[in-house]
Design a protein around this ligand. Structure first.
Ligand code: F6R
Length: 341
């Protein structure tokens, strides 16, 4: 196999370390005055809304996974929409957009401001940065990568620090282990090559438990965006009540792949599901997430599976970085003035 271009993956450990330096130390002392109404960042929050799309939005899914293991003090609401959920009481809103130009995220950020919620932007710049900074709202400016999804650690690590500063999760002791997870995956290229070879000529059905939803979604997104490959994520237990019924399909070739972490409470459930899937003739693959902390196994998973999709792109002779249909959709939305931003 020729050497795979790992794009920004080898920089992930340093992106994680660099990006957290940019979170303002005094973030809880911020007070923002919007049209005479003061938004006070020192107040108590009773939920965290993480809003963003695609490679930025997956940060919310990953944080949500981690909170199945950590003692997160408030619910994490993952929002991938142009509106915020209704009836929030005292939320902290974290608006994440790598480019800062994603209309859905800008609209959600504007809604947070008009509803008087404390909000923090995480971005490399763009309109989101300008709109928020002009109002005195804190923005964490993060280092750039070749495309949003390759900058994941730059978006995730500041978010974790924000959660720490707001007393929502105690993450400081785990950050280095997350970096170890990335480094470990960067050494597992042979394994990634083997797995990518197994995914050829079939639609991957990715089985994950609720507590690894983020790893499954990220893997699917990386298959879509890097390898331009369709894939489905089935989250169990729910997927065991519907998706599983289609394992007998004859219309398309399926490749079942289960992702399991070391201490996932859904582990035995997933094993049972795989036995049932196998009893219908399938030969499921199993990816075991390695790591001694939740963040380590999560970061091992997203890094290892991301690299696998780069290998798959290579095998398919597909250019991994560009995502022309996404760009075209954003242009069309812009042209048709769907969003007032
Ligand atoms: C492209 C990618 C996309 C973007 C999404 C939102 O690499 O990952 O899924 O992340 O279109 O754009 P940003 O992240 O700039 O807000």
């Amino acid at each position: 196999m020729v050497a795979i271009n790992l794009i920004d993956y080898p920089r992930w450990p340093s992106l994680a370390r660099e990006s957290i330096l940019n979170v303002p130390a005094d973030i809880r002392n911020v007070k923002v005055n919007i049209d005479g109404r003061v938004i006070d960042y020192s107040g108590e929050v009773d939920s965290v809304v993480i809003t963003g799309m695609g490679g930025s939005g997956v940060v919310g899914d990953i944080v949500s996974d981690l909170c199945w293991f950590w003692d997160c003090k408030v619910p994490i609401i993952v929002s991938k929409n142009m509106r915020l959920p209704r009836r929030l009481s005292k939320p902290l809103v974290i608006a994440i957009s790598y480019s800062g130009n994603t209309a859905e995220t800008i609209m959600s950020a504007n809604e947070a401001l008009s509803r008087g919620y404390p909000i923090i932007g995480v971005t490399t710049g763009g309109k989101l940065s300008t709109i928020l900074s002009n109002k005195g709202v804190p923005v964490v400016l993060v280092p750039k990568a070749s495309a949003p999804r390759y900058g994941l650690p730059s978006l995730l690590y500041p978010t974790l620090i924000i959660l720490e500063r707001f007393g929502i999760a105690s993450v400081a002791n785990e950050l280095e282990s997350g970096i170890s997870g990335m480094e470990r995956a960067l050494k597992a290229i042979d394994e990634a090559e083997r797995l990518a070879g197994e995914l050829l000529n079939a639609i991957p059905i990715i089985w994950v438990g609720e507590s690894r939803r983020g790893v499954g979604i990220r893997f699917k997104n990386d298959l879509n965006e890097n390898a331009k490959y369709f894939a489905i994520v089935s989250i169990i237990p729910e997927g065991a009540h519907n998706d599983i019924a289609a394992v007998t399909t004859k219309q398309v070739g399926l490749r079942h792949i289960a992702i399991m972490g070391p201490n996932d409470y859904e582990g035995r459930y997933l094993e049972t599901l795989l036995d049932v899937v196998s009893s219908f003739g399938a030969k499921p693959l199993v990816v075991k997430l390695e790591g001694s902390t939740p963040l380590e196994s999560e970061m091992y998973g997203v890094t290892f599976l991301g690299i696998t999709t780069l290998v798959l792109a290579h095998l398919l002779n597909v250019e991994p970085i560009s995502t022309l249909p996404i760009d075209r959709l954003k242009e069309e939305l812009d042209k048709r003035k769907l969003f007032p931003v």
